[in-house]
Design a protein around this ligand. Structure first.
Ligand code: ZN
Length: 311
């Protein structure tokens, strides 16, 4: 019975891939558009930590390989509200997520669902909130910790973690190298068109050690060094890459409210499209329509943010 179901799924996946090749859907591709993109979200990294401590990302900006913009989180600048805004293109006052204690299935179009409408294969290596918001709720830790669902209308290939028991004395975060490797594994095995990676390591470090500490200097340095080899590897696999955060943190490691330290982060783009001038400010609601335009997938009606990357 189990073998039969797996065979049936493999057959459906084969048919789906064949149909995508024969009848590609979505917006016509631009001359330089790869149609494949990875979004890497390093939770809770303030703009100044990116520009001060991420030597590889900054080196690629200096070398003209990457473009850097300033990314402003909405209010409230709290994680769950920002995840919902990043992927739906809607402000928190519209999507309704008021914070980490109010996580539910959003039921609005987002990057996953719009990409699926265009026949794209999607994947995520992320905190379980992402599965709850965009695939199904409640999150069943056994059923949803890992799934491969080729016919899903949202996330086809998900690898999640819950951070249950998280606190200052025990971060409960997976190793970031493992997360980067998992995403690369999904890209290679399932030919993802769109992949999301989200990690809370640096947000947790900021809440614990704040931002004028050896521990935070070192944590950002390690993250930069772990991430760096994957970026050229992903580019060779045909992906455009965006690296950013959901929000910043102030001197006391706080966020949720107003202020540049809490709301501003950097956004690095690796790809052929052109954005505005370096360090131009991008609103968080601009990410979803911009990513969909890069994928060649339809932008949902409610996504009002202006596309900031163009061929
Ligand atoms: Zn966050």
């Amino acid at each position: 019975m189990r073998v039969g179901r797996n065979c049936w799924r493999a057959f459906l996946l084969f048919c789906h891939k064949l149909m995508r090749k024969l009848w590609p859907k979505g917006q016509p591709k631009g001359a330089n558009m790869s149609g494949k993109l990875l979004l890497i979200i390093l939770d809770g990294v303030p703009l100044r930590n990116f520009t001060r401590l991420f030597g590889n990302l900054e080196g690629w900006v200096e070398a003209g390989v990457a473009q850097r913009f300033v990314h402003r989180a909405p209010l409230p600048s709290i994680s769950a509200s920002c995840y919902a805004t990043i992927h739906s293109g809607l402000p928190p006052q519209v999507h309704g997520c008021t914070g980490n204690g109010n996580v539910f299935h959003l039921g609005v179009p987002d990057i996953f669902s719009q990409a699926r409408q265009a026949g794209k294969v999607t994947g995520a290596v992320a905190h379980s909130f992402w599965s709850t918001f965009f695939n199904r709720a409640p999150f069943d830790v056994v059923r949803d910790i890992e799934y491969d669902e080729p016919d899903s209308a949202s996330i086809n290939h998900g690898r999640f973690h819950t951070m249950t028991g998280y606190g200052a004395d025990n971060q409960m975060t997976p190793c970031d190298l493992d997360l980067f490797a998992s995403l690369t594994n999904l890209c290679a095995r399932f030919d993802l068109d769109y992949g999301l990676l989200h990690t809370c390591t640096l947000d947790s470090m900021g809440h614990r050690f704040f931002h004028e500490s050896q521990q935070m200097d070192h944590a950002c340095f390690v993250m930069d060094e772990m991430l760096a080899p994957f970026i050229p590897r992903w580019q060779k696999m045909g992906y455009e890459v965006i690296v950013t955060a959901d929000h910043g943190q102030d001197d006391r490691g706080h966020h949720g409210g107003r202020g540049d330290l809490q709301q501003l982060t950097a956004l690095y783009y690796f790809g052929p499209a052109k954005g505005p001038a370096q360090d131009s400010e991008i609103a968080q609601i601009q990410l979803a329509p911009t990513i969909l335009s890069r994928l060649g997938a339809p932008i949902a009606d409610g996504m009002q943010g202006e596309v900031f990357l163009r061929d």
